[in-house]
Write a protein that binds this ligand. Structure first.
Ligand SMILES: [Zn+2]
Ligand SMILES: [Zn+2]
Length: 124
């Protein structure tokens, strides 16, 4: 079980099943949404993901047809990414985890738009 929450703490969630396919996504939409070099996500079964508080504060932005990006309406924390075509899976942001997670990122997505200001880290 992994517990997570947004920056302001209004939205809380739990993940009750296995976490797989962790990624950093460098697509320009993830950069915009996260305000960062990449959006980091782990993949879980939708049935294992549950809001335990503040579900009414979760807003969804459709960044492209069939894609939902969920965030806290109060503090803006990015919470999840989900494709309508694969609603049985949800990509959750490990940056919002409260419990330690001992997995690691195994996939880098959209490296073509990795920002040059990553500097020396860009060699990886
Ligand atoms: Zn919040
Ligand atoms: Zn992305």
């Amino acid at each position: 079980m992994i517990r997570g929450s947004c920056l302001c703490g209004v939205v809380r969630y739990t993940i009750s099943g296995p976490v797989s396919k962790a990624s950093h996504c460098y697509c320009t939409m993830c950069q915009k949404q996260h305000g960062a070099a990449a959006g980091s996500y782990v993949n879980v079964a939708s049935a294992d993901f549950r809001y335990t508080a503040g579900a009414e504060a979760v807003k969804v932005y459709r960044s492209s047809p069939g894609v939902q990006r969920a965030f806290c309406a109060h503090c803006g924390s990015s919470l999840s990414w989900q494709s309508d075509a694969h609603a049985e899976r949800i990509a959750v942001t490990p940056g919002t985890f409260d419990d330690p997670w001992d997995g690691e990122v195994s996939t880098l997505l959209h490296l073509e738009s990795k920002p040059s200001w990553m500097g020396a880290l860009n060699k990886e």
